[in-house]
Design a protein around this ligand. Structure first.
Ligand code: AMP
Ligand code: ZN
Length: 452
């Protein structure tokens, strides 16, 4: 039985979707204006584990992931520059070129990490008609008002607005949410549609209500979910930074337009930090997968490191911890590698109860670190089938079998050289293999290889 921590109820709940053959999942996607970093990917790696655990429990999934290519301002609220415009200025490109470039960069890293492809990659600008129609519905239902810079959602018309994030709106007025626009009725009100004033430059623009404008950031998620999944969905996931503003606003929009609950389960992952600070573009401390690869790590070492913790805990990233994760992954691969080299008659059978135990640990709110402790303990006893099962859950690219034909040839050549007492050639082959990351272990009648 799968239990997940639901932010909406602040409790661990049994996950029992209405239609197990069509579990509807939406994960809020990246804003495609700069290189995706390890912080962004930590979210998608955790959600990939979620998807795989759901599948292992027998559910069939439909997952949608959006790509924000318009409307997300440099502040998470309604002030500052549009992030895409900012990216375009920085790189001397058009906003469309920026979006295309960073979408393909995101997708390429997504593939490198072997994350499950969503059923729909939903690009915000492909849902403008749906976004406009959402605005019209909200307007018709009396939730919107107009200011000089856009159409705003009147949060006072939605009495449960503060509930999801347990917001203290009264105190907020003087605090966190700076009321930048004197025209706003309540500090928590947010733009669903922004107007482009005469003389203002904003490359992405659509005519609506007789003038040019563009959608507010939160709108796309409500519009995409309505079109691609239909409310209520089973799971909505994102980073904890989404709780007080973005997800709170999505809920208000969907309820206001369709009088429907948006999602049954809300999952939020905590931040990835470095030197105690959140990894983010604005702090200038970003690390990308490419940076890790240049330091000799595989993207899967990072994944393994991440799974050593829990998605709801804050993580502090260090290279020395990543080194340890790399060694752990190599040790697992070597257990598997040994199995390749055993004759079929000596291969172990699946370890009784092991796969069920791993799944039941993960079924406790994705407790991957406990599952890892069990893998370490049982690794010498695991069968090929057990490792396949683990790879289907964690996708850590443990199977390196494709290297073996060339490798086996070299090992045979070395053994022939040894038989002919041509030790110089034998040692040369051994050193060559070592430089390729493979070490050899000679037993009385056989030579085994493993990752060095
Ligand atoms: P953004 O591109 O800023 O919209 O972020 C895309 C996703 O990455 C969101 O779900 C964020 O919550 C998540 N995210 C961004 N930075 C971090 C971080 N340092 N740690 C964890 N998640 C992050
Ligand atoms: Zn969203």
């Amino acid at each position: 039985m799968l239990k997940l921590y639901n932010t909406a109820t602040k409790s661990l709940e049994t996950f029992s979707p209405k239609d197990p053959k069509n579990v509807k999942i939406y994960t809020c996607g990246p804003t495609v204006y700069s290189s995706p970093h390890l912080g962004n990917f930590s979210a998608y790696i955790y959600w990939d584990l979620l998807l795989r655990v759901l599948k292992a429990n027998g559910f069939s999934l439909r997952r949608v992931l959006n790509l924000t290519d318009v409307g997300h301002l440099t502040s998470d609220e309604d002030s500052g520059e549009d992030k895409l415009e900012k990216g375009a200025k920085r790189e001397g490109k058009t906003v469309w070129e920026i979006a295309d470039y960073y979408i393909s960069s995101f997708k390429s890293d997504f593939k490198k990490l072997n994350l499950l492809e969503p059923a729909v990659w939903a690009r915000a600008t492909d849902y403008i008609e749906e976004s406009k129609s959402l605005v019209e519905k909200l307007n018709k239902n009396g939730f919107l008002y107009e200011t000089s810079d856009g159409l705003y959602f009147d949060t006072s018309k939605f009495p449960t607005y503060a509930d999801f994030a347990r917001l203290d709106l009264k105190n907020q007025k003087a605090g966190a949410r700076v009321d930048f626009s004197s025209e706003k009725r309540n500090s928590s009100d947010f733009a669903v549609w922004k107007f482009i004033k005469p003389g203002e430059t904003h490359a992405m623009r659509w005519d609506f209500l007789g003038r040019p404008g563009y959608p507010g950031w939160h709108l796309e998620c409500s519009a995409i979910i309505h079109k691609e999944l239909g409310e209520p969905i089973d799971i909505h996931a994102g980073g904890i930074d989404h709780i007080p503003v973005h997800h709170t606003n999505e809920i208000a929009q969907t309820s206001g337009a369709f009088s429907k609950k948006l999602a049954h389960f809300w999952l939020h992952c905590n931040f990835l930090k470095i030197n105690g600070e959140k990894i983010s573009k604005s702090l200038g401390n970003i690390i990308t997968l490419k940076d890790l690869e240049e330091k000799g790590f595989s993207p899967f070492d990072f994944k393994l490191w991440l799974f050593q913790g829990h998605y709801r805990s804050e993580r502090n990233f260090t290279i020395s911890d990543l080194e340890s994760a790399k060694v752990r992954r190599k040790n697992w691969i070597n257990k598997l590698v040994l199995l390749y080299q055993l004759p079929e008659s000596e291969l172990p059978a699946p370890l009784e109860g092991f796969q069920d135990s791993v799944l039941s640990l993960l079924n406790n709110d994705l407790n991957s670190s406990s599952a890892f402790a069990l893998i370490d303990e049982k690794s010498p006893l695991l069968s090929l089938d057990d490792w396949k099962f683990l790879d289907s859950l964690f996708a850590l690219d443990l199977f390196v079998k494709d290297r073996t034909p060339a490798l086996l040839l070299k090992i045979r050549q070395r053994n022939t050289a040894r038989e002919k007492k041509n030790f110089a050639t034998a040692d040369k082959i051994r050193d060559e293999l070592l430089s390729e990351g493979v070490s050899l272990l000679d037993s009385s009648d056989k030579t085994f290889w493993q990752l060095a």
